[in-house]
Design a protein around this ligand. Structure first.
Ligand SMILES: [Ca+2]
Ligand SMILES: [Ca+2]
Ligand SMILES: [Ca+2]
Ligand SMILES: [Ca+2]
Ligand SMILES: [Zn+2]
Length: 350
């Protein structure tokens, strides 16, 4: 599928990152008095306006405010803010951005998609929600914490349509090619999925199959976190849940529904391996999606994410699948383990 835009999220060289950072002014962090509140109201997409509206005809129109109807924005509560008035908090930190950093003294971050601050708000909201979801599953309670720190997000600094997570600086950068990457909550959470893997297994993704698992988990995490948030706020899902990045992908896909990738591509191992991590990741992500469908999101995601602690940085599909089956058995028992085994067997992995 024509889908290799921000999909090629890979580690950058140091030189490339230095180029990105050069010339970006630091936010005037301490120039204004503290605003005080640790919660605030904000307008966001959940997770993106195509999925919530079902309108596949939406287009970027050069970042026009009027390209997305007001009804596709949802009012949410931002939580865990540090009280500075900036988008900094316990679980997410918008470190810098192309435009003026969002700042409020009145407890509201109401922007439209043409405002640079809208993407900043999206990064804060979705980054925080990703960690809240992990905690809701028990990570940090009966299971070990996962990436339980203030994850850094840089919004719009990178001028191409290519988000990426750079594990050595632990900073997620979201670009602005086509639809701004951070206008799609699924793109933000996909990148956060890389940060999750990096936090669980430093250096994860050092082989083709491990890298493919990294991309697959990012896609899967985007969908499962997006669905959890949509349910919290009563937001409809009007596109196939298996469709990843319904909104970002309108700029570079022609097939409807617009999807960067899918969790139900029907690929099998090893026949459909092409040697590219995003494409091959569709084999793994479909197994995860099948486990979720069979066991429900909470049970599936406790198994899937807890298993990842045991993956080698250069794991094979087979070894990681066996680890996931073993985790299902340890956490829940034989019948759940059999469901996981079948999901990987159906893809040809076990
Ligand atoms: Ca925008
Ligand atoms: Ca991190
Ligand atoms: Ca984009
Ligand atoms: Ca979607
Ligand atoms: Zn990725």
């Amino acid at each position: 599928m024509a889908s290799k835009s921000w999909s090629s999220c890979v580690a950058l060289t140091s030189a490339a990152v230095l180029t990105l950072v050069a010339g970006v002014a630091a936010p005037a962090a301490d120039a204004k008095p503290p605003a005080g509140g640790t919660t605030a109201k904000a307008l966001v997409f959940i997770p993106n306006p195509v999925q919530s509206s079902g309108d596949e005809s939406l287009t970027d129109q050069k970042d026009s405010a009027t390209a997305v109807p007001r009804g596709d924005y949802y009012e949410v509560t931002l939580t865990d803010l540090d009280g500075s008035g900036y988008l900094r908090g316990t679980w997410a930190n918008v470190r810098s951005a192309t435009g003026t950093p969002a700042y409020t003294t009145n407890g509201t971050y109401f922007y439209n998609r043409h405002d640079d601050q809208f993407e900043q708000v999206m990064a804060y909201f979705w980054g925080t929600q990703a960690q809240k979801y992990l905690q809701s599953l028990g990570f940090g309670r009966d299971l070990p914490p996962v990436n339980a720190e203030s994850q850094d997000y840089k919004v719009d600094q990178y001028g191409l349509d290519n988000a990426f997570s750079r594990d050595d600086h632990d900073t997620i950068t979201l670009g602005k090619g086509g639809v701004d990457d951070a206008e799609d909550g699924e793109v933000i959470v996909h990148e956060t999925g890389h940060a999750v893997h990096d936090a669980q297994v430093p250096g994860f993704g050092s082989t083709l199959e491990a890298g493919s698992i990294g991309e697959a988990f990012g896609d899967y995490f985007a969908v499962t976190v997006g669905d959890w948030v949509a349910k919290q706020y009563g937001v409809p899902v009007k596109e196939p849940l298996a469709c990843v990045a319904d909104w970002d992908s309108v700029s570079y896909t022609s097939i409807v529904p617009h999807c960067l990738r899918r969790l139900d591509a029907g690929k099998h191992y090893p026949a459909d391996v092409v040697g590219e991590v995003h494409a091959d990741g569709e084999i793994w992500s479909q197994a995860l999606f099948q486990i979720r469908t069979a066991l429900g999101p909470a049970v599936a995601d406790r198994i899937i994410i807890d298993a990842q602690f045991g993956f080698a940085p250069g794991t094979s599909f087979a070894a990681a699948a066996q680890q996931t089956v073993a985790t299902a058995r340890a956490l829940y028992g034989a019948s759940q383990a059999a469901v996981v085994q079948k999901a990987f067997a159906d893809r040809g992995i076990l």
